[in-house]
Design a protein around this ligand. Structure first.
Ligand code: ZN
Length: 192
């Protein structure tokens, strides 16, 4: 695949209903003009493969030897990035609330690892995954995601690339400008 623009990726999301624009009540209770559910794109293997190749194209120069993703959201895209790079894919998962390498996954000392996520919102789980990799001896050479909705505030200490930077504000209902305009609010995923 040749170079993929952010618009093309976002169109993939729109096409499968993974990016909705309007007025939404999120699980957190906050309201937002946009809703993203990357699993709806990644459920289609061809779409997942295309996203993985597009990320891989941007990180090929980093000498990556393995990909590490946080479960569950990062697993599918991590696998596809690793496939495109020809390296192995591992994931970290929560055990008693702490992100951990399980299942015999091991990282060699100094191994060059790329941390891959589907969506970076605050950067918290990416930072946690970087910490897991470093604690296992990795040299974390970068981080990547399909979507960056952090507004540049992900606070990572490694090079970070995203296919789609997007600004999606969230509002408390009482301060929501969409509510103020009288637009009906929708709960994503519910049948209308
Ligand atoms: Zn609202």
């Amino acid at each position: 695949m040749t170079s993929v623009t952010a618009d093309a990726i976002l169109d993939r999301f729109r096409r499968v209903g993974a990016f909705l624009e309007g007025h939404f009540r999120l699980t957190s209770g906050l309201h937002s003009p946009g809703y993203l559910q990357s699993a709806l794109v990644l459920q289609h293997p061809a779409e997942a493969e295309a996203c993985g190749e597009a990320i891989a194209d941007q990180v090929r120069g980093l000498g990556i030897q393995a990909v590490l993703s946080p479960a569950i959201g990062g697993i599918v895209i991590g696998q596809e990035v690793a496939r495109a790079l020809g390296v192995r894919a591992m994931f970290a998962e929560r055990q008693d609330g702490t992100l951990t390498l399980r299942r015999g996954f091991a990282i060699s000392p100094g191994e060059k690892v790329l941390v891959v996520e589907d969506v970076v919102t605050t950067g918290g789980s990416t930072r946690e995954t970087i910490d897991v990799a470093r604690a296992a001896g990795a040299q974390v050479v970068g981080a990547a995601s399909i979507i960056d909705r952090s507004g540049g505030n992900q606070g990572l200490d490694v090079p970070y690339i995203a296919l789609v930077p997007i600004s999606l504000p969230t509002y408390h209902p009482e301060a929501c400008p969409l509510c103020a305009r009288g637009l009906p609010v929708v709960k994503p995923g519910s049948r209308q």
